[in-house]
Design a protein around this ligand. Structure first.
Ligand SMILES: Cc1cc2nc3c(=O)[nH]c(=O)nc-3n(C[C@H](O)[C@H](O)[C@H](O)COP(=O)(O)OP(=O)(O)OC[C@H]3O[C@@H](n4cnc5c(N)ncnc54)[C@H](O)[C@@H]3O)c2cc1C
Length: 382
């Protein structure tokens, strides 16, 4: 089968790898606007469960991905002078660039063609040229725009601002830090992803952003300002910029996922707020699900329909959890007033995916402490 893929991110490359593995006779071409070493951002995270799925799908790339992974099992919640650690949350981090290099090498090994520095603008001609066209071209997908009538996308631009930095301060665990300033509350999402670097995403509500005057502030001044806000947390390290800019999170949904011989994958198809750290996982699991549909039938339209039918409920479930988590961070200014243990508990419960019993299983000591405080307050209020 002749397959054209727009976008050489995790979704596009992983799908190409799996299809080529399934049948070396497939002719797969990826069109990627960037060069092989260009990337945005810093690290991405995977849960232990996702890693098991990736191992089953493609052992060689899994071996490389896990070779220099940085793992942890704690979520640390930092507010004022307190740090609360909640254990039993197994995650690992890897540099996005390292992940892309591993997938590029695997594509090359299997005979997938990647045309780097190739911007696709005429989607229709690429579609006519193949039996299957994959739109894996990220959150601002040109494929989705070109076929907006067929996909009927729904894009919701959220109010909070965020900016994605790195730092050489190592955060051993997913660390959620809240700092109050005279302008408002800043939240940082941070975790190490190699031996020397951590991701450090700063988020704030639009009122805080306006009050600080970030709109008129130069990049270096923005970095210096945030280094001051998080001075106690960065331990003397600076924030590292990768052309980092303030952006708003865009929640992407599509009423239809496929038509005729075209399908969307990854961020082009759906986004989930970065606070549950699953964008790359979902992109790669989309690739696995689509590949499985082609294992069941060679009929392109039937395979695409099956992919949508099976994958949509899984994605909707994730998006619902990520939505709750996103709302929590949009209202963070309210929650930071809570005493630290209650703040940590509220954070752990925010997506609705973890209940008390699950939390008790993960970290009985934390739950016991929290329930002691809860019982004390109840007694004090009666
Ligand atoms: C602040 C932030 C933090 C995040 N944190 C995490 C995290 O911790 N864990 C995690 O798993 N995920 C995280 N993500 C999400 C993750 O980056 C994406 O979800 C993931 O990369 C999606 O993969 P993709 O292949 O669908 O899209 P992308 O990785 O965006 O790849 C799309 C590719 O298509 C190319 N392209 C686009 N248009 C064209 C065109 N017209 N022609 C040619 N090429 C084109 C682009 O250059 C790009 O390489 C985060 C995202 C953000 C913004």
């Amino acid at each position: 089968m002749k397959i054209n893929i727009i976008g050489g991110g995790p979704a596009g490359m992983y799908f190409a790898i799996l299809m080529k593995k399934a049948d070396a006779g497939h002719e797969l071409t990826i069109y990627e606007r960037n060069g092989p070493d260009d990337t945005f951002g810093w690290g991405v995270v995977f849960s232990g469960k996702t890693l098991a799925t990736l191992r089953t799908a493609d052992e060689p790339s899994h071996t490389e991905i896990t070779r220099d992974f940085q793992g942890w099992d704690n979520v640390d919640v930092v507010c004022r002078r307190e740090k609360i650690s909640i254990h039993g949350n197994s995650f690992s981090g890897i540099a996005r660039l390292r992940l892309l290099k591993i997938l590029q090498a695997r594509c090359e090994q299997l005979g997938v063609t990647i045309n780097f520095r190739t911007e696709v603008s005429n989607i229709e001609s690429l579609r006519r040229d193949c039996e299957l066209l994959i739109g894996a071209d990220g959150v601002n997908s040109t494929t989705r725009q070109a076929f907006a009538k067929q996909f009927k996308p729904n894009l919701s631009v959220r109010p909070n601002k965020y900016i994605w930095y790195g730092t050489n301060q190592l955060f051993h665990g997913l660390t959620l830090t809240f700092r109050e300033t005279s302008a408002g509350v800043f939240a940082a999402h941070s975790y190490k992803f190699n031996r020397t670097t951590s991701t450090f995403i700063v988020e704030c509500d639009p009122q805080t952003w306006e009050a600080t005057g970030f709109g008129a502030m130069a990049d270096d001044a923005t970095r210096a300002y945030l280094e001051k806000v998080f001075r106690d947390d960065l331990n003397g390290h600076s924030l590292l910029s990768n052309n980092s800019k303030w952006v708003n999170f865009v929640l992407v949904k599509n009423a239809h996922w496929q038509f005729e011989n075209v399908v969307l994958l990854g961020d082009a198809l759906h986004t989930a707020h970065f606070s549950i750290g699953s964008g790359t996982k979902l992109a790669m699991e989309d690739a696995i699900a689509l590949n499985e549909s082609f294992a069941a039938t060679r009929d392109v339209r039937a395979a695409l329909r099956q992919f949508e039918a099976e994958r949509r409920p899984v994605i909707e479930d994730y998006q619902a959890a990520a939505y709750e988590s996103m709302l929590w961070f949009e209202k963070a200014a309210r929650y930071v007033r809570l005493p630290p243990l209650e703040l940590a508990f509220s954070l752990m419960m925010r997506s609705g995916r973890v209940d008390r019993e699950e939390l008790r299983k993960r970290d009985p000591e934390f739950m016991a402490q929290f329930e002691d405080v809860e019982a004390y307050r109840r007694r004090a209020n009666t």
